[in-house]
Design a protein around this ligand. Structure first.
Ligand code: ATP
Ligand code: MG
Length: 254
């Protein structure tokens, strides 16, 4: 890994990028995953590379929604496995959500590499590689329609970090409540999900773990109220306005 000086104004962003590159070299991340990271970085820049107030609200609603779920599942792709495997395993333990590997660009070796890193990070069971329990989601034509009968197929709430729009739409059509992390508040995924956390997953994941722990002490109706009070469209608008504010400020300096 090239040395990134701590004093670099964008050191954190560069470190995240290096994690992805390392993940690519180790067979976890697809080439397309690197491009997705690039798109995310651009939006992160516009958001000021910080967790907005609106993102914090979405994180709280997401924590409540996962805790309310009967069969929550966290869907894992290569980027997530490269960026925050330990945190994802921690979240799954904290919320009793199952882990399922689900790849847009399906590849057996990559899937195995992802399962290996999740197990190394403490996961006991990772779904997604057992052909005898695999089935298909309707109305979706990529390899991602293949899901586990005991995982996403029967899940009521699915957490899909950095997801593609087509699949998010298919999950919604299949009756799932979808929670996503997506730095682009304009993407189809952001617009289709029930709860969109517009933040870098590497920043937001710790906050989600923290809120899940904190809210686990609350009763069902308090959690329900947090979810019901959350308006995803409004939250996305707030994030878009945050970007506009940052751009306006930038235009004044230039
Ligand atoms: P859509 O298909 O939903 O319209 P898209 O085609 O623009 O989106 P994809 O490549 O399908 O983008 O999905 C990747 C998404 O993940 C992008 O919106 C990107 O902004 C987001 N993203 C990438 N890296 C991160 C990250 N570290 N944290 C949060 N979001 C990220
Ligand atoms: Mg897409």
């Amino acid at each position: 890994m090239p040395l990134i000086p701590k004093s670099h104004p964008r050191a954190k962003s560069l470190l995240i990028r290096e994690k992805l590159v390392k993940g690519f070299d180790n067979g976890l991340v697809a080439k397309e995953g690197l491009l997705a990271q690039g798109r995310g970085e651009a939006f992160d820049y516009l958001l000021g590379e910080k967790t907005t107030k609106s993102a914090k609200k979405a994180i709280r609603a997401a924590a409540a929604q996962i805790l309310l779920a009967e069969r929550p599942v966290i869907s894992i792709n290569g980027n997530i496995a490269a960026l925050c495997p330990k945190e994802i395993v921690k979240l799954s333990k904290q919320t009793k959500a199952k882990l399922e590997v689900n790849l847009f660009y399906a590849n057996k070796n990559r899937k195995q590499a992802i399962i290996k890193i999740l197990k190394k990070s403490g996961a006991k069971v990772v779904l997604g590689s057992n052909i005898s329990t695999s089935t298909k989601l309707p109305r979706i034509d990529s390899a991602r329609r293949v899901v586990d009968k005991n995982g996403i197929f029967v899940a009521d709430v699915v957490v899909v970090p950095l997801e593609d729009g087509d699949r998010t739409i298919a999950l919604r059509k299949a009756g799932k409540t979808v929670i996503t992390f997506d730095l682009n508040p304009l993407s189809r995924t952001s617009q289709t999900a029930n709860i969109t956390i517009v933040d870098n997953v590497t920043r937001a994941i710790d906050l989600l773990i923290y809120d899940s722990k904190k809210l686990s002490k609350k009763n069902h109706s308090s959690l329900r109220k947090i979810v019901d009070d959350f308006d995803n469209k409004k939250n996305l608008s707030e994030n878009i306005l945050e970007i506009r504010k940052n751009l306006t400020r930038g235009a004044k300096i230039a």
